[in-house]
Ligand binder design. Structure first.
Ligand code: PGA
Length: 256
């Protein structure tokens, strides 16, 4: 029996935005995303302002990063999960390839961030994905299973009941190259089976997003795949009409 999972679309603004630009973008989104779960991840300095503007809206807040070390203390420049919870954050993106690549985040740091978020009731969005060289070397399953198992081994499979996974092939991020729906589906299916080997119930329920150059014109075909439960959107989340088109494609793909 197949489980009907609801769809989720998260906009990752990365290091982009300003008070004026965010305000314009959010006012174009509010009230137009009914019927689908939507979140936006502005830079942390703008989270509180975005919270204000989203009051009464179903759009939720996501953080792009979180401190691994603890919930408070002498960690200059860091933002704790407790602070993110305090400003009303629902999701926390961890393990994004940009953080792994530019800030040296290892699988074990990602697992610590996962724990800090869960301590505060924030749902981690665990990003996994292979580089082009790894894909060409036939190592896709090896890489994504290493990245996911690093969390399962430390935190336990049952904690995935309060988490989301995002499969983001590194070669597809910001490049305009998307995995074909079939290639993405194969990895999503693999990830779900990996979890099912430990816990079938959690595997059936967990939301697995696809990320990497998701646009208005490729979203619908990705969302028809049985194991693709939504998208983590970078570039296209900065353009209101493009992001809304992706949200509407997610809504349209919900059967029944
Ligand atoms: P992109 O980014 O949509 O611009 O490719 C996706 C991401 O990095 O989450």
């Amino acid at each position: 029996m197949t489980v009907q999972r609801s769809k989720l679309v998260i906009g990752n603004w990365k290091m982009q935005g300003s008070f004026a630009a965010n305000s314009a973008l959010l006012s174009s989104l509010v009230g137009k995303t009914q019927g689908v779960n939507v979140a936006i991840a502005p830079p942390s300095v703008y989270l509180a302002e975005a919270r204000q503007q989203l009051t009464g809206s179903s759009i939720q807040l996501a953080a792009q990063n979180v401190a691994a070390e603890g919930q408070k203390g002498a960690y200059t420049g860091e933002t704790s999960a407790a602070m993110l919870a305090d400003v009303g954050v629902t999701y926390g993106i961890i393990g994004h390839s940009e953080r792994r690549q530019y800030y040296g985040e290892t699988d074990s740091v990602v697992a610590q961030k996962y724990l800090r978020l869960q301590e505060q009731g924030i749902k981690p969005v665990i990003c996994v994905g292979e580089s082009l060289a790894e894909r060409e070397a036939g190592q896709v399953e090896e890489v994504v299973s290493r990245q996911l198992m690093a969390i399962i081994d430390v935190c336990g499979v049952e904690t995935l009941a309060n988490a989301v996974i995002a499969y983001e092939p590194v070669w597809a991020i910001g490049t305009g190259k998307t995995a074909t729906p079939q290639d993405a589906q194969a990895v999503h299916r693999f990830l779900r089976q990996l979890i099912a080997a430990d816990n079938k119930n959690i595997a059936e329920k967990i939301c697995i997003l696809y990320g990497g150059s998701v646009k208005a014109d490729n979203a619908a075909s990705l969302f028809t795949m049985p194991d693709i439960d939504g998208a983590l959107v970078g570039g296209a989340s900065l353009v209101a009409n493009d992001f809304l088109a992706i949200c509407h494609a997610a809504k349209a793909s919900i059967v029944g």
